[in-house]
Design a protein around this ligand. Structure first.
Ligand code: UD1
Ligand code: UDP
Length: 399
């Protein structure tokens, strides 16, 4: 049987982490020939991941430019992909998640009549403006996809409610857990001497990340103030912020926290070092999607600096809490976790609602079935919520 050609398109750090296990699995599948196209929406942060996972793109649109508009980004990606499709003639295209690269990849493939597989399908906040523009991006991708790879039962439920046919949805688990388990098994050493010092000190550690576009501006100022206040209140705890390259983030965070001895700001860490940092942390404070998924499986309580989430599973399970972006709320909730052992322990349970490490195998099997060269695998079902939990989860994502 002739192998079918799968083209994987991605452009940012989280997509790269989440498609890496799919690419690795597809490359070992005799039914598929896997071709990789990166848009270059991110540059350093994208290349960092590809290097770690040994992925060498076959095509690179190299669209990166500092602070370019979303419209220019979309236009350049769609234009560039036409040439990739001409050269590669894929049987199917896979896009991941909710970024500009994902939605542009889906539109470009759809316009050329190429079936679209959407990985990490069915996440919804039901607020078109939060997260912006991700909620719109993932809804658009759902409209264009032929096959929807839903991480959880809850995501499948969202898609069914929107009228997607059940036979076109496969519950796979999130491939970020595949990436996490694979990476954590490696022997990793920090390259930044300040992190080596944090590690060897044995002091309590909190990891912080922030980058969300809807948090830029006054909310970012409020987040920066909260970090400064918490760090000053608990000087015996170390706070590490691997900071996104976006100047809209750096320019507001760095001045507000300079001069605090127990706050370490680093460049974005490579994925191996970042997962090691997470595993050493007591608590995680973040507005990231991927980090919300990874930390619960490591048993780390997560405070999410957003007022809604498309990932209610961790909240239902008890290890994730939404704290918003107001300084006082962030400070209060963090000091509670750091000061009250019972509050900490009630959230510090390792749970895996997002995956079991086999999501990439299920994804590849579902793609092979779509192309009539294989069969689906059994779905991810170790997080099997009751109807009551699903309803609670649905209520939670509303602001
Ligand atoms: C993008 C995604 C967001 C995702 C995030 C992950 C969109 C609209 N947003 O947001 O969903 O959560 O990636 O990090 O697709 N920069 C660099 N080097 C890099 C990467 C970024 O310098 O390697 C700087 C540039 O100034 C760039 C800015 O960061 O203009 C913003 O990058 P962009 O991809 O537009 O948005 P993100 O906020 O990263
Ligand atoms: N991450 C990383 N290095 C860092 C910070 C985060 O490798 O310095 C990883 C993290 O483990 C997660 C992903 O990046 O898998 C999340 O990316 P980001 O927060 O940029 O995007 P989001 O998930 O919010 O779309």
């Amino acid at each position: 049987m002739e192998a079918k050609k799968l083209l994987v398109i991605f452009g940012t750090r989280p997509e790269a982490i989440k498609v890496a296990p799919i690419i690795q699995a597809a490359k070992t599948s005799p039914q598929l020939e896997c071709v990789v196209a990166v848009t270059g929406q991110h540059r350093e942060m994208l290349d960092q991941v590809n290097t770690l996972f040994g992925i060498v793109p076959d095509f690179d649109l190299d669209v990166f430019a500092k602070d370019q508009s979303l419209n220019r980004l979309v236009a350049r990606i769609i234009d560039g992909l036409d040439g990739v499709f001409d050269e590669c003639a894929p049987d199917v295209v896979l896009v991941q998640g909710d970024t500009t690269s994902a939605v542009a990849g889906a539109i470009a493939a759809f316009y050329r009549g190429i079936p679209v597989v959407h990985a990490e399908a069915g996440l919804r906040s039901y607020n078109l403006f939060s997260p912006f523009p991700e909620e719109a991006n993932r809804k658009l991708a759902s409209q264009l996809a032929t096959l929807h790879l839903a991480p959880t039962m809850f995501n499948k439920r969202n898609l069914l409610n929107e009228g997607v046919s059940e036979q076109n949805i496969v519950v796979t688990g999130n491939t970020v857990i595949d990436a996490l388990l694979q990476t954590l098994s490696d022997d990793i050493s920090f390259s930044d001497p300040r992190l080596l010092e944090v590690e060897s000190s044995g002091r309590r550690l909190v990891t912080i990340t922030t980058h969300r576009r809807e948090n830029h501006g006054s909310r970012m100022t409020s987040i920066a103030r909260a970090i400064a206040e918490i760090a000053a209140t608990v000087p015996e705890t170390d706070f590490v912020l691997p900071l996104h390259w976006n100047p809209a983030v750096r320019d507001q965070i760095i001045p507000a926290i300079s001069g605090l001895d127990n706050v370490v700001v680093t460049d974005p860490l490579n994925y191996a070092e970042f997962t090691k940092l997470l595993s050493l942390s007591s608590v995680v404070l973040t507005d990231s999607g991927g980090v919300q998924e990874e930390a619960p499986s490591l048993g780390k309580p997560v405070l999410v600096m957003r007022s809604n989430t498309e990932r209610p599973e961790g909240i239902v399970a008890g290890s994730v809490k939404l704290v918003g972006t107001a300084t006082d709320d962030i400070v209060r909730e963090m000091l509670l976790l750091l000061g009250d052992q019972a509050a900490f322990e009630s959230m510090a349970t390792a749970i895996n609602p997002y995956g079991d490490g086999k999501a990439s195998l299920r994804s590849v099997a579902a793609i092979a079935e779509l192309l009539h060269v294989g069969e689906r695998a059994e779905e991810f079902n170790s997080w099997n919520p009751s109807e009551e939990q699903l309803v609670r989860a649905a209520q939670m994502i509303q602001e």
